[in-house]
Design a protein around this ligand. Structure first.
Ligand code: KG4
Ligand code: ZN
Length: 330
């Protein structure tokens, strides 16, 4: 089955050609350089850039895969969650292709795509637990079957990627904050102490307190006339954020029966988190642990194409009547 998949939920316009879960091409037109000037994603600008890019990216994906419209068996598209204007552009392109080529339309959940990106590195044996860490989501998800998801823990406030971006903004480091803090943290030392994150449920998350604690630390150092060591702040924040994630993961793994554990979402690219998940392999020998390659942690259409194979079998088919949703349950 040859699928053309479209992902446009945020600030990347991406199209992939995926054949039986093998990625033949995956084109990503990123808008990051434009949004950097605004210090974050500017939704209206994002939608306009998706419109400018989408046709060119579709064409590029076909050319790179050496396929034509006539070879396709289905069109897959991210239905949500995300920025509504951005999602609409991908959805309209997908509906147009499905209608004009008379092909089935497969709506895919963005987070399902992030989880399924792990199929690039291994197979899913159930029960499977996913740690989903992105700019909009921080949650623990259980899967007992293909394309069936149960959220067992989630953030009570900010997502971890959002906290990275906000802390970077407080420090005047630019956007997106995750990769910048990750890089600076590698040059930092354990000099500052940040408080532990507390949640009522041991597998829920919370990051807004940690973000505020960084702000308090900055104000305190300024008040006391000390120069702030930004690398050390990055180190302290990164270590506390990853420690918070790993504590929840370890607790959840000790209470749920799990055969496969996967890391998913943009923050899965974080070096310190990846090291910690690698170390987990030694501690939980009988659980198969999967971590996507760096390129597949980011938003791209290959993950939507891979998830589409199960979505097509197990979820209602799409039609030209379906809509995009900025909020959507998994
Ligand atoms: O999954 P994603 O590309 O978009 C959403 O679905 O939200 O995730 C983007 C998030 C941003 O908050 C970005 O700062 C964060 O992932 N991120 C990172 C790293 N690379 C990207 N956070 C920490 N360390 C990184 N290396
Ligand atoms: Zn994403």
């Amino acid at each position: 089955m040859l699928i053309l998949a479209i992902e446009s939920s945020c600030d990347e316009t991406s199209v992939a050609i995926v054949e039986d879960e093998n990625v033949l091409s995956n084109i990503v037109a990123t808008q990051i350089d434009v949004h950097k000037e605004f210090g974050g994603v500017f939704p209206e600008v994002a939608s306009r850039l998706h419109i400018e890019n989408i046709n060119f990216v579709i064409k590029e994906a076909l050319v790179k895969s050496e396929k034509t419209f006539a070879d396709l068996d289905a069109i897959a598209v991210t239905q949500g969650p995300g920025l509504i204007g951005s999602l609409h552009v991908g959805m309209m392109a997908a509906k147009t292709l499905a209608w004009s080529l008379d092909l089935p339309l497969i709506p895919v959940h963005h987070i399902a795509g992030h989880i399924y990106a792990n199929k690039l590195v291994g197979s899913f044996e159930y029960p499977l637990m996913a740690l989903v860490v992105s700019g909009g989501h921080t949650e623990l998800v259980m899967m007992y079957n293909d394309y069936e998801f149960e959220v067992i823990g989630k953030t009570q406030d900010d997502a971890v990627g959002e906290a990275y971006d906000k802390v970077a903004r407080q420090l005047g480091l630019g956007y997106p904050g995750g990769p910048i803090i990750d890089k600076l943290a590698k040059q930092g030392q354990p000099h500052y102490t940040l408080p532990n994150v507390k949640t009522e449920n041991p597998i829920d998350f919370s990051f807004s307190g940690l973000k505020s604690a960084v702000r308090q630390l900055m104000l305190r150092e300024a008040r006391e006339g000390r120069e702030l060591n930004v690398n050390d702040v990055a180190y302290a924040f990164q270590h506390k954020a990853v420690e918070t994630l790993m504590k929840r993961v370890k607790h959840a793994l000790s209470t749920y029966d799990v055969k496969t554990f996967v890391l998913a979402g943009g923050v899965a690219a974080n070096a310190h988190l990846r090291e910690n998940v690698e170390a987990l392999k030694q501690q939980v020998g009988d659980i198969n642990i999967l971590v996507p390659p760096l390129w597949a942690c980011m938003d791209q259409a290959a993950m939507i194409g891979i998830a589409a194979f199960d979505a097509a079998r197990l979820r209602p088919a799409g039609s030209c009547d379906i809509s995009s949703f900025s909020n959507m349950t998994l």
